[in-house]
Structure formats: C-alpha cells, structure tokens
Design a protein around this ligand. Structure first.
Ligand SMILES: Nc1nc2c(ncn2[C@@H]2O[C@H](COP(=O)(O)OP(=O)(O)OP(=O)(O)O)[C@@H](O)[C@H]2O)c(=O)[nH]1
Ligand SMILES: [Mg+2]
Length: 228
C-alpha cells in the first residue's frame, strides 16, 4: 500500500469578483438607458418558451408606433435576429459560444453598435436557460421571466432564483394549456408563492389572448421610471 500525503488544497473563489465586475458594467448600462429615456427588458426563459415569437408580435404591434431595438443571445446561429429584424426594428445577435447567459459587458458592446436615437423599448432575449442568467444583472429596467405551458406548472418551484429575481412573470402559450392538461391555477399559485413581488401576465403570442395587458405594461415601463 502506498501512502499518498494529501496535497494542500488551494481554491480561489472567482464568482464574487466576476459578479462585481458584471454589476459595475450593469450599473453603467442602466445609467445609459435612463439617460436615453428608454426601457430595457431582459427576457429570460427556458429554450423554446416562445420569447422570439412574443417579440416578433410585439415588434409588429408596438414597434410601428414607437422605435424599438433588440439584442438576442444564443449559443449559435443568428436565426432569432433574422426572425426579428425589420427596417423599423434593429436587432443584433450575440453568439455566446459555450456561455449559457448574457452578461452586462456583452450588452454594453452591443449598445455601441446600435443606433438608439428615439428608441423607447430595448428587448434583450437572453440565452434560453432558467439557471445561469439569474445572477447576471444586465442593467435592465425590467426583468421578464417567461414560463410556457408545455414546461409544466412546477418550474417556479424547481428554479426559484430566476423567478425570485423577476419583475414580471409571463405565462406563455396559454392557447394550448387545456390540451396539455396544464393546471393553470396550480401554476399561478406556484408563481405567486415563489415570486410574490412579480407582476403576472398570461398570454398567447399565437392567439393574441392577453397581449393587451403586455402592451399596457410595456407602455407604462417606458413612461414611468418605477414601473419595475
Ligand atoms: N401554441 C403556441 N405555440 C407557440 C407560442 N409562441 C411560440 N410558440 C411556438 O413555440 C416554438 C418556440 O418558439 P420560439 O419563439 O422560437 O421560442 P424561443 O423561446 O424564442 O426559443 P429559443 O430562442 O430557441 O430558446 C415555436 O414552434 C413557436 O411556434 C404560443 O403562444 N402558442
Ligand atoms: Mg428565441
């Protein structure tokens, strides 16, 4: 038997300096948004929750009246930016490679590439993930967490940090709730339990149900600095 002397273990916690650096950049982004008088929305969801579909519809219904812009994060491809781009809506794609979330630095660099003159709403579609984006403030005015009915009612219970950080929770794809056997009252109770601070909206980007309240919220967020 060979006795191996244990090596002294040295560990370095890089999380706090990393988050501190992110928070400094986020504060700068937030100040820039305020100065320009624009409302920035950080949209966080599981992959496929319907975020791009909601933004595409929003761009048509709201973006024609007031200028909007978008930043879209995915590991690969610019498919979502292509879906959203229109002459009246500038959209930049960030391909994160292996990173499972956007950070404030990525957003800051994108802001330099966007013409934000007259833009009232900036939509930032985060990488589809209910875990990593929770800790990364982007400097957003409002954090919007989407939960789609096919994901099940229990996601707020299983992924509490992201729901606890939400200003708004949007329950999406309500048009298929019934056929999926989705228990809406249970989902609402779970959201209210984990995220009592959040405004709750329920909608379908496909049928249009609930979109009026979403647009009211977007309008109020652009007008009132304390909407979130
Ligand atoms: N039934 C129904 N389907 C929807 C709705 N919104 C989106 N979908 C469908 O859901 C799928 C995913 O939609 P996306 O808008 O690409 O979702 P996403 O969250 O942007 O997806 P990723 O960016 O790839 O994570 C597509 O097949 C959409 O047609 C909705 O309100 N109702
Ligand atoms: Mg998308």
């Amino acid at each position: 038997m060979i006795a191996v002397a244990p090596r002294p273990v040295r560990s370095l916690d890089v999380r706090i300096p990393l988050l501190e650096a992110n928070d400094r950049l986020a504060a700068r982004n937030r100040a820039a948004f305020r100065q320009r008088g624009l409302a920035a929305f950080n949209l966080v969801s599981s992959p496929g929750a319907g975020t791009t579909s909601l933004l595409a519809r929003t761009r048509e219904d709201v973006g024609r009246k007031s200028r909007c812009a978008g930043i879209v994060g995915d590991l690969a491809t610019d498919r979502d930016a292509e879906r959203l781009r229109r002459p009246h809506a500038q959209v930049l794609q960030i391909e994160t490679g292996a990173a499972c979330h956007l950070d404030a630095g990525m957003v800051a660099r994108s802001l330099e590439a966007l013409d934000l003159d007259g833009v009232r709403h900036l939509f930032i579609e985060n990488v589809g993930n209910l875990v990593c984006p929770a800790a990364f403030d982007l400097g957003e005015t409002c954090r919007v967490v989407l939960l789609s009915t096919p994901e099940g009612e229990d996601k707020p219970l299983k992924y509490p940090p992201i729901f606890k950080s939400a200003d708004v929770v949007v329950l999406t794809k309500i048009d298929v709730a019934e056929v999926l056997g989705f228990d809406r009252p249970a989902a609402v109770a779970n959201i209210r339990r984990i995220a009592p601070q959040a405004r709750l909206l329920q909608l379908s980007a496909r049928s249009g149900e609930g979109l009026a309240a979403w647009y009211d919220f977007l309008r109020s967020a652009a007008l009132e600095s304390d909407a979130c």
